[in-house]
Design a protein around this ligand. Sequence first.
Ligand SMILES: C[S@@+](CC[C@H](N)C(=O)[O-])C[C@H]1O[C@@H](n2cnc3c(N)ncnc32)[C@H](O)[C@@H]1O
Length: 217
Amino acid sequence: MTFNRVANSYQWMEKIVFLHDLEKVRNFHVSLVRDAESILLLGDGNGRFLEKISEIGTDAQILSVDSSSEMIRLSQSKIHNTRLDVRHVCQDLQDFEFTKNFKPDLIFAHFFLDCFTENEVILIVNRLSKSCPKSTKLVISDFFLPGKGSVSGIYRSILTYIMIRFFRLFCRISAKKLPNIPKIMRSTGWTCTSHKSLKDGFINSWVWEIEGCSKRP
Ligand SMILES: C[S@@+](CC[C@H](N)C(=O)[O-])C[C@H]1O[C@@H](n2cnc3c(N)ncnc32)[C@H](O)[C@@H]1O
């Protein structure tokens, strides 16, 4: 799977289809970076979110893992004038080894998990659960299809189908349909502690914590 072929056009394609909606959703929970010490970015793409982090400001160590060298090149060019402490790793997340000396307390996965099948998402989330401190917050931005009953519901189902076909063809993603993120997260022991959405729940930003952790004194 590689996004190299679409890296340069990704941003304007997004703007044509969604205007500023995905940008808004990515930034719903960005203020969490202020209190973070180490941040892991999964499939962060071309660096727009890092630019936003830089505007908010953080002293956190940031590790950004993305399998596309072209996305990483764009990201590095966007942040080279900032004071952020960022390390980019160009690797498939499924081969990425978590090290003992990097324990993220905050993870962002924006429009990343929808590249995978449900079984692959479960494997990724279970690896995160095992490799991160219990207090880690996992922020996921992604699509969800609440129902097809309305005209807008049918439109969103068709749009989702086309997007998945497009990325399967050009980027070789393995997803054949949208993974059901809330169902997977709950079944793997995570609790949603904040949720904001646009377009009747179609575009979401959830904050997840390992079950029971947010209730601890
Ligand atoms: C749909 S794009 C989203 C990019 C960005 N997060 C955003 O919100 O615009 C998916 C990103 O995940 C990366 N990616 C896809 N599969 C990956 C994998 N297995 N390991 C690491 N990165 C991956 C792609 O290179 C791409 O940058």
